[in-house]
Design a protein around this ligand. Structure first.
Ligand SMILES: NC(=O)c1ccc[n+]([C@@H]2O[C@H](COP(=O)([O-])OP(=O)(O)OC[C@H]3O[C@@H](n4cnc5c(N)ncnc54)[C@H](OP(=O)(O)O)[C@@H]3O)[C@@H](O)[C@H]2O)c1
Length: 290
């Protein structure tokens, strides 16, 4: 079953591998022949992944690394252990670990923002800080971050998540420009809703919505966006494989086709008027007509 086709012994480091997109992506990377250092907050959390890889005869190239991306030392130690094991070889780094604080406006405290930024944004900063010097010195590599459609447009009513993913977009776009000519390439993968444990693991879902925003929340919930069929983790992970294998990787891989029209409006509309009108339609009664 293991088919090492084209990976040429390349080494991948992927965070948040014990669940959801990261779990499926780890199996895809292994099946494609990549030596995969898959991180989880504890090795016990990766037991299912290891058993799954074994059952598919893919476990030989799988290495589990303990890493909590919200802690400086954990990321530094985890990356150091990987680099020691590979003699400094690291071809692809995928910053995937994250969660969404979905509290509505006015319900989230600054500490909620800080916590979500600490994982989604600073987690990626820690990983980049620990891995980019090695890839730069070797003259090549890929750094891929799991963003979200929430990083591309101001999806209503989840300001914390939207802010973290927009920050991630800026960080990676800045690196992509700064590292031009070094051989290190950067990509963002932007999923819409994906059928994983992300909703179960979200924070702030039970927070109260202020009365003036309840109608908007109801309309958003019944809009084309709010009722969209989630993508499977398998479909979503296929876009990451493109970011890993494309000869000339894109900056962005948007995995959720229904949002493309909205994005085309946004990117063609510098002043933001049309994009705001399209987004505001999601929180009005007319938003559910599409
Ligand atoms: N599912 C969606 O609809 C969706 C849409 C857009 C973007 N995304 C993004 O996709 C990525 C993966 O999410 P998913 O959908 O696969 O959800 P998931 O099943 O909840 O997986 C999230 C992964 O991130 C890990 N993680 C969270 N905080 C961590 C930390 N401090 N240190 C280390 N690992 C941590 C989790 O580990 P534990 O099991 O230990 O918590 C888990 O392995 C996230 O960045 C998420 O924001 C998801």
């Amino acid at each position: 079953m293991a088919s090492a086709d084209g990976a040429n012994g390349k080494v991948v480091l992927l965070t948040g591998a014990n669940s959801g997109i990261g779990y499926v992506l780890t199996l895809k990377l292994l099946a494609a022949g990549y030596t995969t250092y898959a991180t989880a907050r504890s090795t016990a959390k990766a037991n299912d992944l290891v058993a799954d890889a074994k059952s598919r005869s893919l476990a030989d190239r799988l290495h589990i690394v303990e890493m909590d991306v919200s802690a400086d030392a954990s990321v530094a130690d985890g990356v150091a252990a990987v680099l020691a094991a590979t003699d400094g070889v690291l071809d692809v780094v995928i910053s995937n670990a994250g969660y969404g604080n979905m509290a509505p406006p006015e319900a989230a405290a600054p500490a909620d923002y800080a916590a979500n930024f600490n994982t989604n944004v600073l987690g990626t900063v820690r990983l980049a800080t620990a891995t980019l010097p090695t890839m730069r010195a070797r003259g090549g590599g890929r750094f891929i971050a799991t963003s979200s459609v929430a990083g591309l447009v101001g999806l209503p009513l989840s300001p914390v998540l939207v802010a973290t993913k927009h920050a991630l977009e800026g960080l990676i776009e800045c690196h992509a420009v700064s590292y031009a000519g070094t051989g290190v390439r950067f990509s963002l993968v932007e999923p819409g809703p994906v059928a994983t444990a992300a909703v179960d693991n979200a924070h702030g879902l039970d927070a109260e919505i202020v009365p003036e925003l309840r109608a908007a929340a109801k309309a958003f919930g019944s809009s084309w966006w709010g009722t969209a069929t989630p993508q499977t983790a398998d479909d979503c992970a296929a876009y990451f494989m493109r970011a890993v294998t494309d000869a000339d990787p894109a900056l962005r891989y948007v995995t959720f086709a229904p949002v493309m029209d909205l994005l085309r409006v946004k990117y063609a509309d510098v002043e933001g008027r049309q994009a705001m009108a399209a987004l505001q339609e999601l929180v009005t009664e007319s938003g559910d007509k599409e």
